[in-house]
Design a protein around this ligand. Structure first.
Ligand code: TRP
Length: 334
């Protein structure tokens, strides 16, 4: 009776993992393995909705796996796999395309955003992206889907699809809940604290990558924007001082200190000093992750054994759901 609840999440290997991916997502994932049955995958199918260099995509996909493990995701306790290795994702994705409405898909904020940014490549995949994401989720019948705030709308769409599909065919899919962590949920760009620290950001000067060298991390924090007032005082006021608030949230994520503790720690000390401390805290937090990632990246045979075993395990669950769906919609059994 004490079946563990199921969790599932994915990250697109469309850019190298950032401090934001770690504090906002992966760090929390690592702590859940005991309590939940967890699936995490590299969403390579999703990555190609924006043009990728093949060699880079391949490298990043495997490096991302190494980084997941280095961040504490134990492959013995979590199912770690590459999305394209479980073809059920693409197959169910097609079926769900037929259960999502044009109007619904047109309202997706990410689609509108990405169309604006990729005017020369507004492809069909970018438009139906949420159907593939719904397939990713529903194949594993998860209870919770840990995502950032920006992905909540996609999980909502998956929920609409569940309602529509189950309404016609009976209880096929479990209704998933989005799971948005309270702390460290959103790390913002160091140079533009109004936008999310994004791994797909080309310039990257305000983005800290998990694999950045300590000196690069320190330089990025030194140049981080604080705010334009002359107060020069570390105080948590996200509306007035988004840059400072972001640095405080990063520092809190690294050290576990509360905002009040941080305010008193830096009382009477300027932003320059504060930024140096935040930078050092990040360097120390990321050091073991970077070292372990580099060690794992060099061990190709090990990584291969992990993603093979992961795909095998994920496939068992995924095809069970897919077979049920195929039967329900009226496909002849193979
Ligand atoms: N769309 C997610 C993102 O851009 C990645 C993703 C793909 C995902 N499939 C998923 C997240 C399924 C959670 C569940 O971040």
């Amino acid at each position: 009776m004490d079946e563990k609840k199921v969790m599932l999440s994915g990250i697109k290997p469309s850019g190298d993992l950032t401090l934001g991916s770690y504090l906002g997502a992966i760090k929390n994932w690592a702590e859940r393995a005991e309590q939940f049955d967890c699936y995490y995958f590299m969403a390579d199918l999703h990555a190609i909705t924006v043009r990728q260099k093949p060699a880079d995509l391949r490298r990043r996909t495997v490096e991302q796996l190494a980084q997941y493990i280095a961040c504490g995701l134990d492959p013995e306790k979590n199912t770690l796999f590459i999305q394209s290795h479980v073809s059920a994702h693409a197959e169910l994705g097609w079926v769900l395309n037929c259960f999502a409405m044009f109007g619904e898909l047109s309202r997706m904020t990410q689609f509108k955003d990405k169309s604006r940014k990729n005017e020369d490549n507004i492809n069909g995949g970018l438009f139906t992206y949420p159907c593939l994401m719904a397939a990713d989720i529903l194949l594993y019948q998860p209870d919770y889907v840990p995502v950032g705030e920006d992905q909540k709308q996609h999980v909502e769409l998956a929920r609409n699809i569940v309602q529509r599909f189950n309404g016609i065919y009976g209880d096929v899919f479990k209704m998933p809940e989005p799971y948005i962590p309270k702390v460290g949920a959103r790390v913002m760009d160091l140079l533009d604290p109004m936008s999310k620290m994004s791994k797909s950001d080309e310039a990257g000067a305000g983005v800290v990558y998990l694999m950045d060298k300590p000196e690069d991390i320190m330089r990025k924090f030194k140049r981080a924007v604080t705010d334009s007032d002359t107060e020069n005082c570390v105080r948590y006021a996200p509306e007035e001082k988004p840059g400072v608030a972001n640095l405080m949230s990063i520092y809190s994520g690294c050290t576990g200190k509360s905002y009040a503790e941080i305010e008193s720690e830096f009382a009477g000390r300027g932003y320059g000093d504060f930024k140096k401390y935040v930078g050092e805290a990040v360097v120390e937090m990321l050091r073991p992750i970077r070292e372990e990632s580099l060690r794992l990246i060099a061990d190709k045979a090990y990584l291969e054994s992990v993603y093979r075993a992961g795909a095998e395990k994920a496939s068992r669950t995924a095809y069970r759901t897919l077979r049920k769906v195929y039967k329900k919609v009226g496909f002849v059994e193979r």
